[in-house]
Ligand binder design. Sequence first.
Ligand code: ATP
Ligand code: FE
Length: 335
Amino acid sequence: VFILAIESSCDDTAAAILQNDKVLSNVVANQLIHNQYGGVVPELASRAHQQNIVPVVDAALRKANIQKEQLSAIAFTQGPGLMGSLLVGSSFAKSMAVALQIPLIAVNHMQAHVLAHFIEEDGFDKPSFPFLALTISGGHTQIIKVANFFDMTVIGETTDDAVGEAFDKSAKILGLPYPGGPLIDKYAQLGNPKAFAFTKPKVPGLDFSFSGLKTAILYFIQKKKLENPNFVDENLNDICASIQHTIIEILMDKLKLAVKETGIKQIAIGGGVSANSGIRNTLKEAENKYGWKTFVPKFEYTTDNAAMIGIVGYQKFLTQTFETSSVVSKARIQL
Ligand code: ATP
Ligand code: FE
């Protein structure tokens, strides 16, 4: 089975070719244009998708050394995401599926972040059901109980900002460029995580809150700058390490509670923030510390990519879960 997968939910135009559960090619065109605006500009994103989609799909086919006539089906991201961005991918996928007379498969982007773990990859184990997924990205922070490929229940999620936003907004307060998450990670590796203490939010159950942390950091920095205008420059590594440490503690507290409540000790992380080295190390340590089995996907399958759309496409191909061209894109969808 050869699947062409297309992902265009936000600001990256991506296409991948899978042969069954193996990735033959995985191409992403990043839209750097948004960096100068400090965030994704929806109108610019959909225009860039229109420019990128043909060359990106073409590159995916070429790299996989596959002719489009060999394709078994086309999978695309139905949502959630920016409507203008989603429409570019879905229109393209629909036209190509009609032209080639092959099935069309709609994929939920958040399910794809979870199921990315099922891509066949040397050196990476697949979780077995049931497991807990911690999806941490620019738009989401969720703990999901995964009973089967398409039997997922959100058991905890953020009540305000996503963890990626917490990273990016903290970075902005420190004067770092967008997106600041990877930079906080970089400086944190050189700093002392216990240098500064930020209060953790008190949210009941398995839900999260990150907006209070951002405010706490803002007030802390403002106060310190009054005493020493160079405070941030002089302490950047320690500040970043302390912010990252606090975020990791918040995530770990909830994961421990989720394990306790469900009795499930397999934890699979996904989403762009799972690229964070501190989170990766802490999860690995948790294997010995708590007897968990943890799964961290290959780096290129953590941030938005089409290979993860392709693996969901493959699973849906096996169960013949196809759509007609009248399927609609959705800015919001549940799991
Ligand atoms: P969603 O999947 O919820 O729609 P998204 O697709 O925009 O959101 P991703 O691409 O999965 O989000 O993740 C982007 C986020 O990941 C950004 O907030 C970015 O700062 C953060 N991020 C990426 N690398 C790191 C890192 N090493 N440390 C911390 N955060 C990181
Ligand atoms: Fe995403």
